[in-house]
Design a protein around this ligand. Sequence first.
Ligand code: AMP
Length: 215
Amino acid sequence: MRIILLGGPGSGKGTQAKMLVEKLAIPQISTGDIFRAALKEGTPMGTKAKTYMDKGELVPDDVVIGVVEERLSKPDLDKGYMLDGFPRTLAQAKALDGILETQGKSISHAVLVDVPDEELVKRLSGRRTCRSSACGAMFHIMFNAPKKDGICDVCGSELYQRDDDNETTIRERLGVYNNQTSPLVEYYAAKGLLRKVQGVGPIEEIFSRIEKAIN
Ligand code: AMP
């Protein structure tokens, strides 16, 4: 199964993607995670991406498409994959169609995790992420607090607040999402691939809504 997860920043799509890939035993491809890993390694691509990420802007399409094209050529994707945070523009969606076409493959579902803007701001400003890239678990200081302050329940690593999870950058990211990414909802609806799921409520409940939508 090849699934796209759509949703605003903080919609919980990253959390849901992690649960889904575990259940479906397919890899998660998160362009945001790829950029953060590249930055940690100090590659020129990571440094370039950071200048956009810190402002809440999108990394240019040619960079993102190149990264995804390379990832989609790897041999571990036979059973499918979950795209998290890509595509984010119409140009990216069309490029993805082109890559898939050359591979003789297609998207199975585009799942939209639907959450109102004000709820997104509340969620993102309290979000805390595990520093271990192997884990990457996410918590919220109010809605899903870790058992021990600042420590990941899953692996015991330190939790941190992403540089782009501050209110100014969050508003900017939301604006970018509404202007550039939300047209993808129409794009996938027109192809008959859109599965819209309410993204408010307990994490497990949202997960079962997604499962139902793709089954
Ligand atoms: P995320 O972890 O998905 O919230 O992404 C964090 C940041 O990485 C975004 O705010 C963008 O600056 C950048 N980014 C991630 N994926 C993309 C993409 N598909 N297109 C452009 N920029 C991206």
